[in-house]
Design a protein around this ligand. Sequence first.
Ligand code: DLL
Length: 431
Amino acid sequence: MFWDKDIETIDRPSLEKLQFEKLQKALSAAASTSFYQKVFEEHSVNINNIKTLEHLKDLPFTTKQDLRVSYPDGMVPVSRSQIVRMHASSGTTGKSTVIFYTQKDIDDWANLVARCMVATGTNRDDVFQNMMGYGLFTGGLGLHYGAERLGCMVIPASSGNTLKQIQLMQDFETTVIHITPSYALHLVEVINEQGIDPHQMLVSKAYLGAEPYSEATRLKIENQFGIDAYNSYGMSEMNGPGVAFECTYKNGMHLWEDFYIIEIIDPDTGEVLAPGEEGELVLTHLNREAMPIIRYRTRDLTRIIPDQCECGRTHYRIDRIKGRTDDMLIVSGVNVFPSQIETVLMSFPEVGNNYQIVLEREDNLDRMHVKVELYSKMFHGEIKELEQLKARLRESLRALITINPRIELMEPGSLPPSMGKAKRVFDNRSI
Ligand code: DLL
């Protein structure tokens, strides 16, 4: 099942030719903005010297800080009257970064999202309940327009209000949901609390994204709901959701290369790495009129999966995001990604749906404290069993991250639930 078979299965030489044509247009649009004019001048860049895709690596990177510096519209080559929408990043630090779209940009984005949904087998007969926040965040409206373009019936539920979500799911026979993985874990708990069997509901698919999560969490959500969960990746700077999406093979996310040029770089040196090597994802937007962005450093760590997918799509897949270059924790000198901790926790069948990582400094030493909810049945047995579980959790974490964390076992519902992007790490060391 394809939305645009010719483009999705295009051979690599034709894809590269198309990318190069689009890159030239994107570069000349960028060069007409005040931001890139200055940057290209500073780096002595003459865009006429970019004669092949290979030359892209001669151009400077664009960073989140650059978007802040050029706030609000230093990267916009079109007039205000051509702009029909803006979104802003969900960043919690500093000034938010703003993204603009022309009508063509919105149409292209809707088509791209429709392409993603079709790759998972969704069609116009589906009822799509969108549980991502509507507003400046791109998660809500991004999928909304794509699902309408495909012809689904869209329920614009937005995030939160969990009992209402469940009622909508039942009354309108929702078949596909779009939700953050942390909220999905909370939703399924509330469904069970209401005495409803999630397996009896008609929902058959979930699109999970907007935050990092492990394969173990995907499996947990799939098993608890009895559905297929698909990984969805994107960021405001590159439109929002729809940048990369899994197909029915659920084996890495197709990153749509007719819209974006992918590079994986060494985050320390900026050097471009070979396909298959892990590093920071850098994306060039090839399609946006209102805001061309060249070589954007996403800070997300992943790798290209170089072999071709069995679905027939030729666009490269990227692996599950391992974390961000800026969310790596350094605990007692050891580098730890929260995703490593989540993988261990969620592989224990006794572990419930929520956890927190708290870092503290005691007597000048770093201490890691992992608070983890268990299923309620675990509190009906003997204390000895809980002590053994604690020891097994501590040992599994120590084996992987070489740090001995303090484990606190908690009853379900003890930790605050997440309705959107979850905050799970609390670093209290510098306070
Ligand atoms: O989160 C767009 C989005 C909405 C994607 C809905 C998927 C679904 P931002 O708020 O700008 O945009 O945050 C982008 O979120 O750089 C990643 O660090 C993280 N992220 C997004 N999707 C995933 C994912 C939206 N599937 C930032 N896995 C990105 C891991 C993800 N991290």
